[in-house]
Design a protein around this ligand. Structure first.
Ligand SMILES: [Zn+2]
Ligand SMILES: [Zn+2]
Length: 197
């Protein structure tokens, strides 16, 4: 990057706790081996609110970000605390442009326990990290993975999300490394070192 900024920018939209942004930044930096910046917050995107569904349209938020946001970063992960949907699904934990620049994660449902109440903070933070990593990986071209032990497994519920781990399987990791090579991305630890670790 010419201006020395990170490869990944994390942008809160509306009200999002600092701790959530820091957890996302730390996990993404460690798992993707890429420099991450937490950027200034944006105002709530009221025009993407759908009053019939009482939710926000994730796909149009991504379109808006792509058209209007000019950031030097290669990838942008937006973070919201409102409920997201896409037209074919009741809700989504996040959404991303496959091989694009933009992804979004919503914390709205991630603190819920199936049976009512809330899960422990640790579990809540782990879920946020998983969704953030999963969605961001879509922007690097990764698609859903059938491997049980992979963060790219599709999840349609919180129990799906709790089931898979916060790391890539060997196959997805290799795909990601290929993409970095192709895009000539600046990794935190030089690839020549990670290859032998
Ligand atoms: Zn996905
Ligand atoms: Zn995988």
């Amino acid at each position: 990057m010419a201006d020395g900024s990170g490869v990944v920018g994390i942008v809160p939209i509306g009200e999002v706790k600092q701790v959530v942004l820091k957890i996302l930044a730390a996990n993404i930096q460690a798992i993707f081996n890429l420099p991450v910046d937490i950027l200034d917050g944006r105002k709530p995107l009221d025009k993407f609110f759908n009053p019939n569904r009482n939710q926000y349209n994730a796909a149009t938020i991504l379109d808006h970000m792509e058209r209007r946001w000019k950031q030097p970063h290669d990838r942008i992960l937006a973070v919201v605390s409102v409920d997201l949907f896409i037209p074919i699904l009741t809700y989504v934990f996040g959404e991303a442009q496959i091989n694009g620049k933009m992804a979004v994660v919503s914390t709205y449902r991630l603190n819920r326990r199936s049976g009512g109440g809330n899960v422990a903070l640790e579990r809540y933070y782990e879920r946020i990290a998983k969704v953030g990593v999963h969605e961001l990986a879509h922007t690097f071209g990764l698609v859903h993975c059938k491997e049980n032990h992979c963060v790219m497994r599709a999840s349609y519920s919180l129990s799906d999300l709790d089931y898979y781990p916060l790391y890539f399987c060997d196959y997805c990791q290799a795909m990601l490394d290929d993409t970095y090579r192709r895009l000539k991305l600046r990794t935190l630890i030089p690839r020549s070192l990670t290859d032998v670790l």
